[in-house]
Design a protein around this ligand. Structure first.
Ligand SMILES: Nc1nc2c(ncn2[C@@H]2O[C@H](COP(=O)(O)OP(=O)(O)O)[C@@H](O)[C@H]2O)c(=O)[nH]1
Ligand SMILES: [Mg+2]
Ligand SMILES: [Zn+2]
Length: 331
């Protein structure tokens, strides 16, 4: 740092390879916040971190202003990425080879997992593995069950909500919602107020629609059904943070297909399924993976209806995927 150059601090709202957009909160009310376009200082790229996770949405950074070319001249160079309080990370795409961490976002207050009751149909185990990752990274989890207007009759709705309500036993808030009827929107607004949240979920579950309903000024692009099935769809490709009324930040994310949590060994998944851990006290073997082992307390609990079979299946699917990853990485 050269003497006399003023350093500013802000929060990264959008990041690409080697550059980012930084939001600087005003020091006084009635003053508009500023957005700065920043390059990342070359020497920061030499560290052990992969370039794609060097600076991510949610990071707090220090930067220096440089003489800008842009219309408002707000350009800078990031000198320092401040230590992350937490993060949500997964393993990068398999084709990238080896094991590479992909940080989706840093410094969050909560991970909001969005699922729809149908259209698209819930993917077995998807919410479960995201909640396992939230536990792993010390991030509070929330589940939104969207499109409850599509449930059908009251009996179907009750069944549906009872299934999703299971997550409440894991200290996770579950909010049934519908953009079509506005159900659950006040609860969601209250959960998001003043917090830094990341919305994750498959494409088409209604993430952008929910945010638009709460904060119309965001004007997020909503996928039409044809967009989703056709080629050439235009969806967000990066996690992008939006500063919203009430002081919080919300990140809408591109639709997630798969999610293999970063830094959980297959044998360690158990710890992030706390409901299975409780009944695992009955397992005959200490290191039981609740698969084919005799005397397994988890399988027993499933057979007696104490734990839903889908939770066990979600655990097994994650175990399988993480073992495949290890094998592919040559461990
Ligand atoms: N019936 C119904 N449709 C919804 C609801 N929320 C979103 N949609 C529709 O679902 C589609 C995908 O929504 P979008 O917000 O783009 O999903 P995203 O990919 O998760 O951001 C759009 O056609 C929305 O109009 C809802 O609560 N009920
Ligand atoms: Mg969207
Ligand atoms: Zn077991």
């Amino acid at each position: 740092m050269s003497a006399g150059v003023e350093q500013r601090e802000g929060i990264v709202i959008r990041a690409g390879a080697g550059h980012c957009q930084v939001y600087v909160a005003p020091e006084q009310v009635h003053v508009a916040p500023e957005t700065w376009q920043c390059q990342v200082r070359g020497r920061l790229k030499k560290g052990p971190k992969q370039v794609q996770s060097l600076v991510v949405a949610g990071d707090r950074v220090r930067f220096e202003a440089v003489a800008g070319q842009g219309p408002d001249g707000r350009e800078g160079i990031v000198e320092e990425v401040l230590p992350r309080r937490n993060r949500i990370s997964r393993m990068a795409a398999r084709r990238s080879g080896g094991r590479i961490e992909q940080v989706l976002m840093a410094n969050l207050d909560q991970l909001v997992v969005v699922q729809s009751v149908r259209d698209p149909e819930p993917q077995t185990g998807f919410v479960d593995r995201l909640l396992a990752a939230a536990l792993r990274f010390d991030v509070h989890g929330v589940v939104i069950v969207n499109k409850v207007d599509l449930c059908g009759d009251d009996a179907a709705r009750r069944r549906e909500l009872e299934r999703w309500g299971y997550y409440r036993s894991l200290d996770v808030e579950v909010v049934p919602a519908s953009v079509a009827t506005s159900e659950g929107l006040p609860e969601l607004a209250a959960l998001l107020a003043g917090k830094i949240s990341l919305l994750l979920g498959a494409s088409g579950v209604g993430k952008s629609s929910l945010l638009n309903a709460l904060y119309p000024e965001l004007g997020l692009r909503v996928n039409s059904v044809t967009d989703r099935t056709g080629l050439g769809r235009h969806t967000t490709t990066h996690t992008e943070l939006h500063a919203v009324r009430g002081g919080g930040f919300i990140a809408d994310s591109p639709g997630l297909r798969g999610f293999d949590p970063w830094d959980i060994a297959p044998g360690g998944i158990r710890a992030y399924f706390p409901d299975l851990e409780v009944v695992a006290l009955e397992c005959r073997f200490r290191g039981c993976l609740h698969r084919d082992e005799p005397g397994c307390g988890v399988k027993d609990a499933v057979a007696r209806g104490r734990v839903p079979a889908w939770r066990h299946e979600a655990y097994l699917a994650l175990l399988r995927d993480l073992e495949d990853r290890e094998r592919a990485a040559g461990y």
